[in-house]
Design a protein around this ligand. Sequence first.
Ligand code: MTE
Length: 312
Amino acid sequence: MLIRNPADLVPSEITPRGVFDNRREFLKAAAGTTLGLALQPMSDAFAAEKLAAATKSPFSTEEKPTAYKDVTGYNNFYEFGTDKSDPAEHAHTLRTRPWTISVEGLVKQAKTFAIDDLIKLVPLEERIYRMRCVEGWSMVIPWLGLPLATLLKQVEPLGAAKYVEFISAADPKTMPGVSSRVLDWPYIEGLRLDEAQHPLSILAVGLYGEVLPNQNGAPLRLVVPWKYGFKSGKSIVKIRLVEREPQTSWVKANAREYGFYSNVNPEVDHPRWSQATERRIGEFIKRKTLPFNGYADQVGKLYAGMDLKKYY
Ligand code: MTE
């Protein structure tokens, strides 16, 4: 993000929907078997079963998912380097078990969840979402996850809580990028509480029917499809409910280029490039970027009366 606008990408193949569905059926059948477990090495048998049993969500787009190799091979995860290929190459050092997520701050009952307990807590859903990066490219990703609102309900937010802060892991022993000063670590993102509670906001634990690959933010990452991709913090260890707008890593790095809201808005250019169009990974011709990434009907009312050129 600091580096260039890489909308000029080598196009690659899109996984046909049929192939995706066949893959899901295969994984479902394999989930209880040794083969299933071999495919899902980071998960216990129960978690594998839960992923395979995920229900399809009506919030999913009908658009074709981006090829698996691009979803898992073209990533931003600066804890593992700043090149798009770095996370896939280096994130194998991340240890995702044991892993706990603490939910604390302005809540009635702070709680710490072991990741596998969290996976067991609620039925998982498959959400096929459009994702738009601030750099000018987009993908369609079949996530598996749980509504963030479900987790927040568990801790009972207090009336004074207005924002939610998401804190990623920052372990220099397993995350080589953390010793560089490219960002202020740990990676921090934030949402207003009502954004966090919106039914489109999810915590993803898998994609394409599988346990979340490390490079995509295992074992748990935020997904907020109407905002630029950087709002979706990866490998989260702490969620804090707070009164004031959190100081996020990208606002600290460059507030003029990356605002707190970061709603996908084709009318607000990035200072160094236009945001009017995007390149869907796997396609040649650019498409028009839609307000709120095409989710305006669902989320537009969250911003009623706000000047979205000021609150970019
Ligand atoms: N979370 C952490 N912890 N570190 C990061 O560098 N990059 C962000 C976001 N979450 C990032 C992160 C950016 S810039 C984007 S575009 C998305 O993750 C990319 O998610 P993906 O690689 O799964 O597509």
